[in-house]
Write a protein that binds this ligand. Structure first.
Ligand SMILES: [Zn+2]
Length: 69
């Protein structure tokens, strides 16, 4: 029988700040860092246009167009 490792055999570090991660926020150390990473991730995939008060009714990005990647 294989013994499952219940202990954290491999210490992981938060990719954001480098601290030891918290089980609750794996692989991050805190919700904050998880949030930061999520933000980076999102902004990397979805190109968020600058928010302008002006409503340009000419250029509208296709909605629901998911990236090919
Ligand atoms: Zn962190």
């Amino acid at each position: 029988m294989n013994e499952i490792d219940h202990k954290t055999s491999t210490a992981r570090f938060c990719p954001i700040c480098g601290k030891l991660d918290e089980p609750a926020y794996k692989p991050f150390c805190s919700k904050r860092c998880a949030d930061i990473d999520l933000h980076r991730w999102l902004s990397g995939i979805y190109t968020i246009p600058a928010k302008d008060d002006e409503d340009e009714d000419g250029e509208r990005p296709a909605e629901g167009e998911a990236g090919d990647k």
